[in-house]
Design a protein around this ligand. Structure first.
Ligand code: SF4
Length: 342
C-alpha cells in the first residue's frame, strides 16, 4: 500500500500521472493532506468521486487514533497516547508557552538506546515511525486544540537519528510552504549523540536546532548513564557539534538531566564548562524525573540553581527547564509504559 501522507509534492505528481490524472491534482491532494489536515478522502471536495475512490483503494490514509489523554490542571499541557494503524502505541505532548504552542513528538515506538533515566527504552525499539506518522501527531494535536502549532520538538520516544530518512522527510514536509509551513528554526531534533549522523545532518544544511542529550560532564559518568557513550567519546561528540555549528551557523543546545549525587557536584559543573567552552552553547538543566526502573534521584531546587549559577559564572548559558505537566506523567515514555502495564 502507498503511504501517501509521506510523499513529497514531486512524488505525488508522479503518482497522479501514473493514475492517469492531471499533474495539478497533486497540489490539491497535498493541500488537503498537509494544510487542511484531512483524515479522509471524502472531505477532498474538489477531487472527482472516481479519483477519491481510487485513492481510497490504493492509498489508505492512516492517521493516529487518540486512546487516552491527560490534561494538566496546572499549565494546560496535554499528553496524548495515540494508537497507530498496527495498534502500536506512542505518546506526544502539547505544551503551551507564551511564544506559542509546542508539540513534542515520538519518532519510534520505544527506543534501542538504553539511557538509564528513560522509560521509553525499557522494552527496546519495536519499530521506527514513518514520516506520515510523525506528521500525523502534529496534525492531530493542532486539530484537537484548534490553535496553530508553532514549534515542534522531536524529543519523545525514540532516537530520531536512528530513523534518519523518515526524520529528514518529516522536517522537509512540516516546514514546506504547501503544508503547515513551520519555520525550520522552530524545529528541534534531540539526539543522544550518534556522531556520524550528526555530521550527516550538518551537511543537509537545515536550519533546525540540534539538541544533544549530554547528561554527564565526562566519559566515565556518561557511560554509566548512556550506552551510546561507549561507542562515541565526548571528544568525538563535541567535534561533531562544532562541525554542525560551522556548517549550519546554528548553535547546539545541550540537555543535562540533573541526578542527585551523580552529576550535580561543583566538580561536574566545572568539567561541563570546560567541555562546552567556545561552543556558545545553551544548556537546559532538567531535574531528572525518577523512573521506577532506574532508581535515580532528583536533586532539590536549591542544588539545581547552584549548578546553573556555576555554569553562568563561567559564561555558559544555562537555564533550568520549567517543569510542564508534572501532574500528567510528562516525562518521556511514562504514559505509554503505564498504559502497557509497565
Ligand atoms: S532518552 Fe531518548 S535516546 Fe535515550 S533511551 Fe530515551 S528515547 Fe532513547
Amino acid at each position: 500500500m502507498t503511504d501517501i501522507r509521506s510523499m513529497s509534492m514531486e512524488e505525488l505528481e508522479e503518482l497522479v500521472l501514473f493514475m492517469g490524472e492531471k499533474k495539478f491534482r497533486a497540489k490539491q491532494i497535498y493541500k488537503w493532506l498537509h494544510k487542511e489536515l484531512a483524515d479522509d478522502y471524502e472531505a477532498m471536495s474538489d477531487l472527482s468521486k472516481n479519483l477519491r475512490g481510487e485513492l481510497l483503494k490504493s492509498c489508505p490514509l492512516y492517521g493516529v487514533r487518540e486512546i487516552k489523554r491527560l490534561s494538566s490542571a496546572k499549565d494546560g499541557t496535554v499528553k496524548y497516547l495515540f494508537a497507530l494503524h498496527d495498534d502500536n502505541v506512542i505518546e506526544s505532548v502539547l505544551m503551551r508557552y507564551k511564544h506559542g504552542n509546542s508539540v513534542c513528538i515520538s519518532s519510534q515506538v520505544g527506543c534501542n538506546m538504553g539511557c538509564r533515566f528513560c522509560a521509553s527504552t525499557v522494552d527496546g525499539c519495536v519499530r521506527s515511525l514513518t514520516a506520515s506518522e510523525m506528521l500525523a501527531q502534529v496534525y492531530a494535536i493542532q486539530k484537537d486544540c484548534g490553535e496553530r502549532v508553532s514549534n515542534v520538538v522531536v524529543m519523545g520516544s525514540g532516537e530520531p537519528l536512528d530513523n534518519y530518512e523518515a526524520l529528514l522527510r518529516f522536517i522537509r514536509m512540516i516546514s514546506d510552504e504547501n503544508g503547515l509551513n513551520i519555520s525550520q528554526r522552530n524545529l528541534t531534533v534531540s539526539t543522544c549523540g550518534l556522531v556520524p549522523k550528526i555530521r550527516e545532518l550538518a551537511d543537509e544544511k537545515l536550519q533546525i536546532t540540534l539538541a544533544i542529550s549530554l547528561h554527564a560532564p565526562n566519559d566515565e559518568k556518561r557511560r554509566e548513564l548512556m550506552p551510546v557513550a561507549k561507542v562515541y567519546s565526548l571528544d568525538e561528540l563535541m567535534e561533531a557539534c562544532r562541525y554542525y555549528f560551522d556548517r549550519t551557523g546554528r548553535r547546539v543546545t545541550f540537555e543535562y538531566a540533573l541526578v542527585a549525587g551523580s552529576n550535580d557536584s561543583d566538580e561536574d559543573a566545572s568539567q561541563l564548562t570546560a567541555l562546552l567552552k567556545g561552543l556558545g552553547a545553551h544548556v537546559n538543566l532538567i531535574p531528572v524525573n525518577p523512573v521506577t526502573e532506574s532508581g535515580l534521584k532528583r536533586p532539590g531546587i536549591k542544588s539545581c540553581e547552584h549548578f546553573r549559577d556555576m555554569l553562568l559564572k563561567h559564561h555558559v548559558n544555562a537555564t533550568i527547564r520549567r517543569e510542564l505537566g508534572s501532574d500528567v506523567n510528562a516525562a518521556c515514555g511514562q504514559l505509554r509504559r503505564s498504559h502497557l502495564g509497565g
